[in-house]
Design a protein around this ligand. Sequence first.
Ligand code: NAP
Length: 336
Amino acid sequence: MPGFLSFVRDQYATLELPRPSTNISDATYIVTGANTGLGYECAKHLFQMGAGRIIIAVRSRAKGEAALATIRRETGRQSVGEVWDLDLSSLDSVEEFSKRIQQLDRLDALIENAGVAMGKFQTLEGMEMSLYINVLSTMLLALRALPKLQESAHKFGIRPNLVIVSSNTALDDNIRLSADQIDGDVFDTLSTAKVFDVMTQYPRSKLLEIYAVRQLASLFPVSESGVTINAVNPGMCYSELDRNGNFRLRLLMAIMRALLARSTEKGSRNLVQAAFAGSDSHGSYFSECRAKNEDLPTWITDKDGKRVQEHIWADLLKRLESTGHGVDIASLRAKK
Ligand SMILES: NC(=O)c1ccc[n+]([C@@H]2O[C@H](COP(=O)([O-])OP(=O)(O)OC[C@H]3O[C@@H](n4cnc5c(N)ncnc54)[C@H](OP(=O)(O)O)[C@@H]3O)[C@@H](O)[C@H]2O)c1
């Protein structure tokens, strides 16, 4: 992981919005967790950039409608935007949402931003909550959306993007997972009250996301799928992310934010950049509005890291299968 001084410098980096090379008035974008924070700001940018169809995916319809009304008022685009229900704490909800995605004419980018940082140990179907929401559900949605993204690429001759919002906290050497540490199922290993630590669980969930994105990108090269897949770090921002946190986490976040945080508007520019990233960035870690793979520690990218990545991926697919939400990667790859 880049050192503390690099982190401080990065927090003050100039963050630019992309200038799409094509007219996006026909394009469709989905942003999850768009009722607040980074997702809200990302959706608002898409409104301001002139995107044709913008879907705000939320777990609370009331919050989603309120966010949409504010964005419409602030951007003056009264007839644009829609709110779709998505609760990542339910794989059935992910499936329902995915069925709606398949009915879209086209999908130019899915920005998977929704996520949680848990302040206490809680499980869902035997899996620790932040792993369930940030990794299992998030990756199920990615896999279910891929056919529509691939179809859009081939039907409209476009280069759609799949963006998973991760975090630079995932790159900390202290949360490293080595192959021998995760001998068994990684989700079981990280889903015990004994292992749960409020300071490491969230970064670990974000680390698993990075591994999963890298594996997904390697299974679906752009040359075949037409879809550019990236993980993105928005940087440390003022938001409600620590709302479930305990006193220790909230205090630490309050101090760090007071000194270094950027606004969610600034941070969200990273999400927008990744949503328009060119295919040469496929499989990258985005940060400071560019593909910044040099920030990834070698323990993620080396041979041992690759083994961990494959292990995590296998456990993810196994878990989806055992919960009745299996994914057939081979037939997904064959779909164009
Ligand atoms: N803020 C930072 O410093 C920072 C840094 C690095 C990465 N990130 C990442 O950026 C993303 C957005 O975070 P944020 O800072 O904007 O946090 P936030 O203000 O707490 O927003 C999180 C969003 O996720 C939604 N969400 C939470 N659980 C959900 C569920 N079960 N189903 C559907 N939606 C759910 C929330 O909906 P409700 O409002 O209904 O709860 C909210 O819309 C997260 O993935 C986070 O890990 C943030």
